[in-house]
Write a protein that binds this ligand. Structure first.
Ligand SMILES: Cc1cc2nc3c(=O)[nH]c(=O)nc-3n(C[C@H](O)[C@H](O)[C@H](O)COP(=O)(O)OP(=O)(O)OC[C@H]3O[C@@H](n4cnc5c(N)ncnc54)[C@H](O)[C@@H]3O)c2cc1C
Length: 254
């Protein structure tokens, strides 16, 4: 294990405040927000899948100063942010930059709405990092499944597995939402996000390599339950399929 990864495990969870440096629409429904500067100088990434909790305060909220994890918690009953989980899509310690990739699913979600309006200089407040998936490097092959919210994690996991046999299935709206990743793209083509149909059909029809895979899956809760069932039907051990709920249709919060 690299020294950097060992240090990452020891990094205590902390509240970070950093400005937006850049924004980019990487696809019509995905905004990349780059934050950074000296404020994240001592941020240590693990080099694999990890996430943070965004604290989205109302504009002009009367925040305690200094704003730390502890003072934010103490002030929660008076000033409570929307809390939403986002994956670190890229961390560049040399440039002091972190990219977050936001699915723009509409203005009814505070995080999606914030991301679609984010501008250079806006302050981003987040707590973390929380290391997430550590792939089993001894697995015969790796099966990665998700919708567009899982793309940043799938990118990180893939980068952490050079030379491994990987099969990834990612559901997105249409061809315009595809990114430069070696995955099987599954298009919803108008079927609403959160319906199990497109991903389940694609997995049911897929040919898998021989051997026992390490499985990682994340997306809408009920879709992930259906994904689990179809994988079990295809002969993958139920105990090895533990999908993560990244969002729930009709429910706010991650
Ligand atoms: C560990 C983890 C990592 C995550 N990483 C990312 C990431 O890198 N990028 C990312 O975009 N998301 C990511 N998510 C998912 C994200 O946290 C949720 O989608 C979150 O609910 C978005 O918050 P919101 O304020 O925009 O909407 P909310 O206020 O939570 O929800 C409002 C409404 O929008 C619906 N909704 C929420 N998300 C979606 C969606 N993706 N598509 C369609 N409808 C939706 C809800 O069902 C609800 O009806 C991650 C979640 C987890 C747990």
């Amino acid at each position: 294990m690299s020294t950097e990864r060992r240090r990452a495990r020891r990094q205590p969870t902390k509240l970070w405040r950093a400005p937006v440096l850049r924004t980019e629409r990487i696809t019509p429904r995905m905004a990349r927000i780059t934050v950074g500067g000296p404020q994240i100088d001592d941020f240590v990434g693990s080099g694999t899948d990890e996430n943070v909790m965004l604290y989205l305060y109302e504009p002009g909220a009367d925040l305690p100063e200094p704003l730390t994890l502890e003072s934010a918690r103490v002030a929660m009953s008076r000033v409570r942010p929307y809390m939403r989980t986002y994956t670190i899509s890229r961390h560049d310690p040399a440039a002091n930059e972190i990219d977050f990739d936001f699915v723009l699913h509409g203005d009814h979600g505070p995080a999606s709405k914030w991301a679609s309006n984010a501008a250079i200089g806006d302050e981003v407040i987040f707590v973390g990092p929380s290391p997430a998936y550590q792939p089993d490097l001894t697995a015969a092959w790796h099966l990665l499944i998700g919708d567009e919210t899982a793309l940043p994690a799938i990118g990180s996991i893939t980068r952490a597995l050079p030379g491994a046999t990987i099969r990834a299935f990612v559901e997105v709206e249409d061809v315009a939402e595809q990114q430069d990743l070696d995955v099987t793209w599954v298009h919803r083509n108008g079927v609403p996000a959160g319906s199990s149909e497109p991903l389940v059909k694609a997995l049911a029809a897929a040919d898998f390599p021989d051997g026992k895979p390490a499985v990682w899956a994340a997306g809408e809760r009920q879709v992930m339950q259906a994904v689990r069932e179809v994988l079990v039907e295809k002969g993958i051990e139920r105990a090895s399929v533990r999908p993560a709920t990244y969002w729930r249709l009709g429910h706010a919060g991650s």
